[in-house]
Design a protein around this ligand. Structure first.
Ligand SMILES: [Zn+2]
Ligand SMILES: [Zn+2]
Ligand SMILES: [Zn+2]
Length: 259
């Protein structure tokens, strides 16, 4: 299974417009350290699909016929913005799978163009994509959101963003699958490490993992390795001063992996 991180940033991306923090300044100087809208491309046995489509320039990057499907985690703009550029194409269709969210995003359902929105996926009902088996699992977020476990004959990876913690049934289901690779939302630096008690309260209301929540998910799922994604600039800055435990790494834009 070939995996490419198209983007690894949160909704604000890195650098944040107008920000002078160390992480943002570094990303301004070194374009390879920028983080754009969070998504991956997965290729296996002649099947190519995206998980999320928040990236710009998808039409240039994926010529007609090159994408077999797009899987959406949810309908927040940083995960679907690229669909708006694709939809007015012609002579091709792209199947789009996603969670049951009657609202969708803007007028995408009303005017789908070449986007072939399929019936909503059902949690814990695996389906086949080429020779891969895909398991949709619910996540904890402000809209209906699915994570995906992608299983080949030899490996299993899970892509879990956007989320804070995991619903119990998702955690138990994924434990049963024994993951080789976990790709996990870690948008925020530890709330408790920032010396602001208000942030601790905030931790109970936000929709994304901080490092403390992400680490707890890693501990409960016990994957062979973990890559953190959907990274915000404060998390990126925290990483300049803090090391992660063995087996946990930070994803980067345009990083490619073979599993
Ligand atoms: Zn997001
Ligand atoms: Zn910044
Ligand atoms: Zn979101």
């Amino acid at each position: 299974v070939q995996l490419t991180f198209l983007g690894t940033g949160d909704a604000r991306q890195v650098p944040v417009y107008g920000c002078h923090c160390r992480a943002c300044r570094r990303a301004q100087l070194h374009p390879s350290l920028r983080r754009s809208a969070c998504s991956v491309c997965i290729e296996h046995d002649g099947t190519t699909f995206l998980i999320d489509a928040g990236q710009r320039q998808l039409p240039e990057r994926y010529p007609p016929g090159s994408l077999d499907a797009i899987l959406l985690t949810h309908y927040h703009m940083d995960h679907v913005a690229g669909l708006f550029e694709l939809r007015w194409g012609c002579n091709t269709r792209i199947p789009v799978h996603g969670p049951d969210d009657p609202q969708g995003c803007d007028d995408l359902y009303k005017h789908p163009g070449i986007l072939d929105f399929r019936p909503p996926l059902q949690a814990f009902k695996p389906f086949e994509l080429g020779t891969l088996r895909v398991h949709p699992v619910p996540l904890n977020h402000s809209r209906p959101t699915l994570g995906y476990c992608v299983e080949s004959a030899t490996t299993r990876l899970a892509y879990l963003t956007d989320t804070i913690g995991l619903p119990h049934d998702t955690r138990d289901y994924l434990k049963g699958l024994a993951l080789d690779l976990l790709i996990l939302d870690c948008t925020h630096a530890p709330f408790t490490a920032q010396g602001d008690p208000g942030l601790e309260r905030k931790a109970r209301t936000v929709n994304h993992n901080d490092w403390v929540h992400a680490e707890a998910v890693c501990r409960s799922l016990q994957p062979r390795s973990t890559l953190l994604t959907h990274i915000g600039h404060a998390m990126d800055e925290w990483l300049l001063d803090n090391a992660l435990p063995a087996g946990i790494f930070v994803a980067g834009d345009n990083v490619e992996l073979t599993l």
